[in-house]
Write a protein that binds this ligand. Structure first.
Ligand code: SF4
Length: 361
């Protein structure tokens, strides 16, 4: 299958079983994955959630990648996006909750996507590029598998119940394909989060919005549940408002983080993507000195090359700022950042956590 054929298939909505089978063919043939060694299902049907593990060494056989074999030992955005999309497509029929793969798995073991598209319209948005570009819009749209919000909630509740123990253990992340607190998405988010709270499932919300804070409406029957021990709030902080034209400003997000922290919620900062190390440090320093952030998740812009010495110094200064001012906050440096900076995770101080770190424990 060539690139044009591939894009023709993934732009179909919905895809047929034949289309899905063709895409699975890319994984087995183009990536040259030996079936018996890969954790790869023999057959897949609509609604299946494959847990696909692919050896990085398989990259150079990829027919959808423009690097034609030069990508060995480099993170392969195309591959990870493709697997991500494939999981999305396979779970399209009536699935709201899924287990992310690839880079997304560094953020959460379980996630929920109701919408595709986002009116924040960030210029660097990963969804606008690569394979997601075909379905992307700056207006969030309910995923095609849902008839309406009521149906989405019904599906969500059924899936949450079916995976309750795992979700209670790992929590549920909102969301990878939109912002869960946009004016267009927050109504459904509030309802789904309320259901999580009532079932003791911890929720992680990541947003670039601060304008919902005064009007948040959890379901009234949540009142007797421990809300602030079951929701943590993440704010993306890049320090670059001009690249996030319709989002709240970075300053407004920091102020929302302060209010939530003071109200007893756990808060975290997604320092990603790093547009400029000095601006990211400014965001880290500000929140650390205000002592309003419990966890920093720090990562690079996908596909961008950075200066190794600059990154190395950035990591050291970040650790110093957070450890000196930041009230024992935890730090998660993403794998690609450490690898570009030439730093081993084992050499980091103890408050530098791994991807499995759970804020609710
Ligand atoms: S908030 Fe996230 S999903 Fe929305 S446009 Fe920005 S990067 Fe994309």
């Amino acid at each position: 299958m060539n690139k044009a054929e591939y894009h023709k298939i993934i732009s179909k909505n919905p895809m047929t079983q034949k289309d899905v089978d063709k895409l699975m063919g890319i994984l087995t043939n183009s990536f040259k994955i030996p079936k018996p060694e890969a954790d790869f299902p023999q057959s897949l049907k609509w609604g299946d959630t494959p847990n696909i593990t692919i050896d990085k060494a398989a990259h150079c056989f990829c027919t959808i990648c423009d690097l034609s074999g030069e990508c060995e030992n480099k993170p392969c955005t195309d591959l990870e996006q493709f697997i991500y999309l494939l999981n999305q497509l396979l779970t399209m029929k009536g699935k709201a909750i899924y287990q992310p793969v690839g880079k997304a798995a560094e953020y959460a073991q379980w996630a929920c996507n109701f919408y595709t598209g986002c009116s924040n319209d960030c210029t660097y948005c990963y969804c606008k590029r690569g394979v997601m570009a075909h379905t992307w819009s700056d207006t969030p749209k309910l995923k095609a598998c849902f008839k309406n919000e009521e149906h989405a909630l019904e599906v969500f509740e059924k899936e949450l119940k079916a995976n309750l123990q795992e979700l209670q253990k790992h929590g549920l992340f909102f969301t990878f394909t939109s912002d869960p607190l946009l004016p267009e998405t927050r109504n459904l988010t509030y309802k789904a989060v309320s259901f999580c709270i009532k079932n003791y499932v911890p929720v992680k919300l990541l947003t670039k919005r601060a304008d919902w804070l005064e009007k948040v409406v959890w379901s009234p029957d949540c009142a007797s549940f421990p809300i602030n021990t079951h929701i943590d709030f993440g704010f993306t902080l890049t320090g670059h408002d001009e690249l996030e034209p319709n989002a709240s400003t970075n300053a407004e997000r920091i102020e929302a983080m302060r209010k939530l922290h003071e109200a007893g919620f756990k808060t975290w900062a997604s320092i990603e993507p790093i547009i400029d190390v000095n601006d990211s440090l400014r965001m880290i320093s500000k929140t650390a000195r205000l002592k309003i952030c419990d966890l920093y998740k720090i990562g690079l812009e996908s596909g961008k090359k950075y200066n190794k010495t600059l990154l190395n110094n950035f990591i050291k200064t970040t650790i110093y700022e957070i450890n000196y001012y930041g009230n024992n906050a935890k730090i998660y440096f993403k794998d690609s950042l450490l690898s570009q900076a030439g730093i081993n995770r084992e050499d980091l101080p103890v408050n530098c956590v791994t991807r499995d770190y759970n804020m609710f424990n």
